[in-house]
Write a protein that binds this ligand. Structure first.
Ligand code: NDP
Length: 289
């Protein structure tokens, strides 16, 4: 689908999105608060409009990617008349509530709305390994699926709840930040023993491959079945081990808050009588809030 498209927002991500459309041969109109960021795109064939209303009028589909929903709400709040009957595909990151609220605004104003979130860095846009999650009315996704193909190898529709893309996004970010923070904490510990990050890293990668990665599908099975009986490693054993981690971090002057938070979850589950259960049962501690 080489139909016309407008991209609102030419930050790092918006520029990558607009570039992918231009390369695919779509007639691409772009708008950004700071006009200078459009120069390279205009050289490649995009059309820049200084006014956001003109940019919206130029195409039936508007792809938005600005820093936050607050910014986007402000930008399009005054352009409801121009947007009426058109489709917004919003690839700005935020919360599920942000997404549902904007979908509600769109419905009130006769605007078709598809929420989305990009699970890639700008350099991956257009490549097979890039993944974009979409959520909202299925018919809007079906109408725009072809148009959106140049952005990513995987375009995954998650369902009619407009908040779904943001929930997946936040879940995967939680995984990203906590797993990388675990690695950084580990490096801070081994550096105290004079070991460099690069010397430690092959061991970290082996640990991820043979211990952490297989634990994820195994945990999923336990969580979905509600059966946390384990022959691998019990919460009771982990409770004793994490005490060593917290104590050693403190003794070395390495921040221990991160491990202490996990320790608190383990201790709560053990106190509730789950010492014999697997680590996967911590999901219940998270759900208790
Ligand atoms: P940038 O900081 O590079 O760009 C931010 C964009 O928002 C710019 O177009 C900026 O305009 C615009 N903007 C900010 N405030 C205002 C305002 N008050 N009025 C008008 N425009 C405004 O961010 P990214 O492009 O990296 O990120 C954009 C979205 O994409 C975010 O929601 C981010 O979470 C998401 N994303 C980014 C990824 C990444 O790796 N970069 C990965 C996945 C998602 P101006 O140029 O004028 O400042």
């Amino acid at each position: 689908n080489q139909g016309p498209v407008t991209v609102l927002g030419l930050g790092m991500m918006g520029t990558a999105l607009a570039t992918a459309f231009v390369k695919n041969g779509n007639a691409t109109t772009v708008w950004n608060r700071s006009a200078g960021k459009a120069d390279a795109l205009v050289e490649q064939g995009a059309v820049f409009t200084a006014g956001i209303r003109q940019a919206i009028e130029a195409s039936p589909v508007i792809v938005a990617c600005v820093s936050t929903y607050e910014v986007l709400n402000e930008l399009i709040g005054g352009a409801a008349a121009e947007l009426k009957g058109k489709t917004i595909v919003n690839l700005t990151s935020g919360t599920p509530e942000d997404a549902r609220a904007l979908a509600g605004w769109a419905e009130q104003h006769g605007v078709r709305y598809l929420d989305g979130t990009i699970m890639a860095v700008p350099q991956m846009i257009g490549l097979p390994q890039a993944m974009v999650f979409y959520a909202g009315a299925q018919e809007v996704f079906a109408e725009q699926e072809e148009l959106l193909k140049p952005l990513a190898g995987s375009n995954v529709y998650l369902g009619a709840d407009t908040g779904a893309a943001m929930i997946y996004d936040l879940g995967l970010l939680s995984l990203l930040w906590s797993s990388l923070a675990g690695y950084f904490h580990a490096v801070a510990l081994v550096q105290s023993a004079g070991v460099s990050a690069e010397a430690f890293t092959p061991f970290a990668l082996t640990w991820i491959e043979h211990v952490i990665t297989p634990a994820i599908p195994r945990s999923a099975q336990e969580i979905d079945s509600g059966n946390f009986a384990t022959e691998v490693s019990s919460l009771g054993v982990n409770k004793a081990a994490i005490e060593h981690l917290v104590a050693t971090s403190r003794q070395l002057g390495v921040d221990s808050d991160f491990s202490a938070a996990i320790q608190a979850l383990i201790e709560r589950r053990v106190a509730e009588g789950h010492a014999g259960h697997s680590l996967a049962s911590l999901v219940e501690a998270f759900k208790q809030g």
